[in-house]
Ligand binder design. Structure first.
Ligand code: NDP
Length: 255
């Protein structure tokens, strides 16, 4: 048992997740670094942090982690849903796999770990400026922006994107030709729904790290990984604050 606040970060074998763990530990939090492969254990050991295996796209992996944490009597004050992929190409398989990690993965992990999140705790979704609502055309945009949007309807809309791409009609339906953008549009909508449903017990926010020089962001990106992770950490480290917002560098940005 510990009096320190506890954070769990997904997809932390490298890139922003790993650096977020390092910075949160620097701020004195107990940090559980998770990764889908064993490489994360070595990374955690180097930082002196705890490690757990977690593949956000696999129900069994999420269930197993939840059970290990429950048995260990772990309470989470911060859950950082950071794991994400950006795949080359655009077809139904790319869309399905991208949504399964970036959207459904974050939802799966959040649902499973929510009972372990403390009263007043915070769930953070690592999103992107590429998930701005403007990339979706009305009337679809209006449905996704609707403050009354239900979770069932959101899941139906995300699933319809896969179907629309498979049938070659996604543009007619109002979707962009980017699995990554749509996954983050969906993630942002999920943030608004969860924030509404979980208030005042648990805060739920989206964060954008900016364009960062990681494997995903590439070498031309504007920001180093420390600066990008700081945009996540400045929100993650707060014990009190807003809910249902989208933030970059601690400042609100529009959806
Ligand atoms: P990286 O590609 O460098 O790292 C992605 C991380 O996610 C890796 O640790 C990877 O693990 C992990 N991951 C992928 N799939 C899974 C899975 N199924 N289960 C668990 N972990 C998984 O990306 P970044 O660090 O740049 O991105 C982190 C987050 O930030 C993402 O959500 C991304 O969308 C977001 N973001 C990034 C930006 C950028 O410019 N870099 C800009 C805006 C948002 P493994 O090593 O096993 O592959």
């Amino acid at each position: 048992m510990t009096d320190r606040r506890t954070a769990l970060v997904t997809g932390a074998s490298r890139g922003l997740g790993l650096e977020t763990c390092r910075q949160l530990a620097d701020r004195g939090l107990r940090v559980i670094l998770t990764s889908r492969h064993d490489d994360g254990a070595a990374a955690a050991k180097l930082l002196g942090l705890e490690h757990e295996l977690l593949d956000v796209s696999a129900d069994a992996s999420v269930r197993a982690l939840t059970e290990r944490l429950r048995v260990g009597d772990v309470t989470l004050d911060v859950l950082v849903n950071n794991a994400g992929i950006s795949m080359d190409g655009f077809d139904a398989r790319v869309v399905r796999e991208t949504l399964d990690v970036n959207f459904f993965g974050a939802m799966r992990v959040t649902d499973a770990l929510l009972p372990l999140v403390s009263e007043g705790g915070q769930i953070l979704m690592v999103s992107s400026g590429m998930g701005e609502l403007a990339c979706v055309r009305p009337p679809l945009r209006d449905k996704l922006a609707d403050p009354e949007l239900s979770r069932v309807e959101l899941v139906r809309l995300m699933s319809s994107f896969v179907e629309d791409v498979a049938r070659g009609r996604h543009e007619a339906a109002g979707w962009p030709s980017s699995a990554y953008s749509v996954s983050k549009v969906g993630l942002n909508a999920l943030v608004r729904i969860l924030a509404r449903d979980l208030a005042p017990h648990v805060r739920v926010n989206a964060v954008c790290p900016g364009w960062v020089r990681t494997d995903m962001g590439g070498p031309s990106a504007e920001r180093d990984v420390a600066t990008g992770a700081a945009s996540i950490v400045v929100m993650a480290a707060t014990a009190e604050g807003p809910t249902g917002g989208f933030f970059r560098d601690g400042r609100p940005v529009s959806w």
